[in-house]
Design a binder for this molecule. Structure first.
Ligand code: FAD
Length: 619
């Protein structure tokens, strides 16, 4: 331990995670904070990190205000509808009114945008999506961040936030370790922006064994975005609102371009359109929400899940018709080659040519994230001009901890941000963080040497567990006194799957199961003290697991608290199968007490800031 080197940095703004939101935050921090010291720390390498690492084929959030295609109000209505009424409209509106300027910068920076040859506008894939040749999307935004930061640190996993010893509700920086050298890193900072992506692999995935690692959401997104603020005592919201995706089976290839651009459609094994069949049954569960247009994502999943349970699977995407058109066939393949090469490989391995075979679809295991068609994340302040008092405490996108900001998947209540909206939210958070510093809110932060040294001992404990425990190995890797990160991960996934509504139980849970799940998660937490790591890579796995475990506790507490089934198709509370607007038209908020580990839950009001009326159609 003594030989391990410690590196120290002091800065004004520390950005944790250099994905879409993190690069946006780093870029914008420099714009407003010319003389500030800005550091971005990334677990991988920001040129190819985060959910966008492999590239994207579409930017899913673009208003097109310059052509009056959509206005921010329209986007709020859209997200509200898709999330069955429950979103933070202030956050959604704020993102939407700024997102076009972000996309225009991407265009200037050289991201190849597809243009409609007739109108000259960006080529629409759908109402909100525009098409790009996005293989180099991530390197392009990374370049902007690299030019803006004082320093970018790659290969460092942040494990804990440092807290101010003068004010227990104020952040003082973060610590972590380099996964290649094992060195310890201390970043003292006046403000921290957490932009560490969502969480995959907390529920048991469909792909196990030889397919392990094949998930829809990035397998390296391990919930640090939630674990860091939760452990520090920040409030979280809508953590029960996990997302389940309908995707091509086994490769998780996206379906958006297929539905929207290729106009393909789904059918059951008998060639029937099954969605309509479930209308009456769904109406009994959710009332008039089933009549909304477009049909909320979870309700479409619901029909899928019910149809398969009724024994009429597999569900297929009808590609044979569209693929007869050579242009659409090319688009169909390119869509995968730009962002999910694995789907093309899976089809090749299963001898599927979508021109001649309609490929199978599946519903994924649940994921936790705040930027897609779902709303999990930190409870943050909104912008001062539109947020009601319950949603505003001084600085845009600041969590309930002073000086700790969030963006992208980290932030709850604001779905449908996607890549462009996450970058935009990073910009908004950074602008507010600069103001926080200028307002002298970050003075006299005290972070003692002891706090840093204590974290150092905690971080490297899994290495010590292994060094001691390996002497007792009885066979292969089995030791009575430590267990490996993969064993712990599989235990976590089994608990979440069976008790909190995963794939094995068709997303069903209830109060008894959730309480039992919480018990088992508590035992796991205790056992996690004994996780062992034989090298620095395994040390990263150990910390990913610990972050996933605390995120899972929060998800389970929220799922237990909300006594209704608000999003059938994402999960079901078997003991409260109906949507209950009378009692649960509200946002759920939790806080974990850092001293006791206990969660306190509360309801917060949903304010409908944007009216219902339909905007006049764009020309
Ligand atoms: C399969 C898939 C398809 C998608 N398709 C589209 C699409 O077509 N169009 C679109 O607009 N959007 C799409 N999205 C959504 C988009 O990718 C996300 O909305 C966006 O990337 C979220 O930004 P973020 O910064 O919150 O997370 P990310 O971009 O994932 O960035 C998080 C970063 O934090 C780092 N990190 C994590 N933990 C730590 C830690 N402890 N310490 C340091 N660093 C850490 C990660 O390595 C990563 O670089 C898709 C997402 C997925 C998963």
């Amino acid at each position: 331990m003594a030989k391990r080197k410690t590196h120290r940095e002091e800065c004004d703004i520390l950005v944790v995670g250099g994905g879409m939101a993190g690069t946006g935050a780093t870029f914008e921090a420099r714009h407003w904070g010319r003389d500030l010291k800005i550091i971005c720390v990334e677990k991988a390498n920001i040129d190819r990190s985060g959910a966008v690492a492999q590239g994207l084929y579409a930017i899913n959030c673009y208003m097109g205000m310059q052509w009056n295609e959509n206005q921010p109000e329209d986007h709020v209505r859209y997200a509200r509808n898709d999330l069955m009424g429950l979103v933070r409209e202030d956050l959604g509106y704020d993102m939407a009114r700024h997102v076009d300027s972000t996309v225009h910068m991407f265009d200037e920076w050289g991201l190849p945008m597809m243009k409609n040859p007739k109108t000259g506008r960006y080529q629409r894939e759908g109402k909100w999506q525009i098409m790009i040749h996005g293989e180099s999307y991530k390197p392009i935004v990374a370049e902007a961040a690299k030019k803006s930061a004082d320093k970018i640190y790659n290969r460092i996993m942040i494990t804990h936030l440092l807290m101010d010893e003068n004010d227990e509700n104020r952040v003082g920086g973060a610590v972590g370790f380099n996964m290649r050298t094992g060195d310890y890193y201390v970043f003292k900072a006046k403000t921290v922006i957490v932009a560490a992506g969502g969480a995959s692999h907390i529920f048991k995935p469909r792909a196990v064994g030889e397919g392990m690692g094949r998930t829809w959401y990035a397998p390296w997104s391990n919930g640090s975005a939630y674990a860091l603020p939760i452990a520090a005592g920040a409030k979280m919201t809508q953590m029960e609102n996990r997302i389940v995706l309908c995707r091509f089976k086994d490769g998780y290839g996206p379906v958006g371009a297929y539905f929207l651009h290729l106009k393909t459609y789904t059918q059951n094994a008998n060639g029937e359109n099954y969605e309509k069949k479930w209308y009456e049954q769904t109406k009994k569960l959710v009332g008039e929400y089933i009549d909304h247009h477009p049909t909320p994502t979870c309700l479409r999943n619901h029909a899928f899940v019910q149809e398969v349970m009724a024994g009429r699977g597999p569900i297929q995407m009808v590609t044979k018709e569209a693929f007869q058109d050579p242009h659409l066939e090319t688009v169909g393949w390119e869509n995968f080659l730009g962002m999910t090469v694995g789907q093309a490989v899976v089809w090749a391995s299963q001898n599927i040519d979508p021109k001649y075979t309609n490929p199978e679809l599946t519903t994924s295991e649940p994921y936790v994230m705040g930027s897609h068609a779902t709303c999990s994340g930190a409870w943050v302040s909104g912008p001062e001009d539109i947020s009601p008092p319950e949603y505003f405490w001084g600085y845009n996108r600041m969590t309930t901890i002073q000086g700790l900001f969030g963006a992208g998947d980290t932030v709850g209540g604001s779905a449908h941000k996607f890549s462009s909206g996450s970058f935009t939210e990073g910009r908004l958070a950074a602008k507010a963080a600069v103001k926080y510093i200028e307002d002298q809110k970050a003075k006299n932060i005290k972070v003692s040497e002891k706090q840093c040294e204590d974290f150092k001992k905690i971080i490297y404990k899994p290495l010590e567990n292994y060094t001691v425990g390996r002497n007792e190995i009885t066979g292969g890797t089995v030791s009575p006194s430590y267990f490996s990160p993969i064993q712990g991960l599989q235990r976590l996934q089994k608990i979440m799957d069976e008790y909190v509504g995963g794939i094995s139980v068709n997303y069903m849970t209830n109060e008894n199961l959730l309480k039992k799940g919480l018990d088992l998660l508590k035992w796991l937490e205790e056992d996690l003290e004994h996780v062992g790591a034989e090298d620095y890579h395994q040390l990263m796995r150990a910390w990913e697991l610990k972050h996933r475990a605390i995120t899972s506790q929060c998800v389970t507490e929220h799922t237990l608290f909300r006594k209704e089934t608000r999003w059938p198709g994402y999960y079901y509370r078997g003991d409260h199968m109906k949507l209950d607007d009378e009692n649960w038209h509200c946002l759920t908020v939790s806080r974990r007490d850092p001293k006791t580990g206990k969660f306190i839950m509360e309801k917060m009001p949903v304010y409908h800031i944007i009216g219902d009326e339909e905007k006049k159609k764009a020309s």
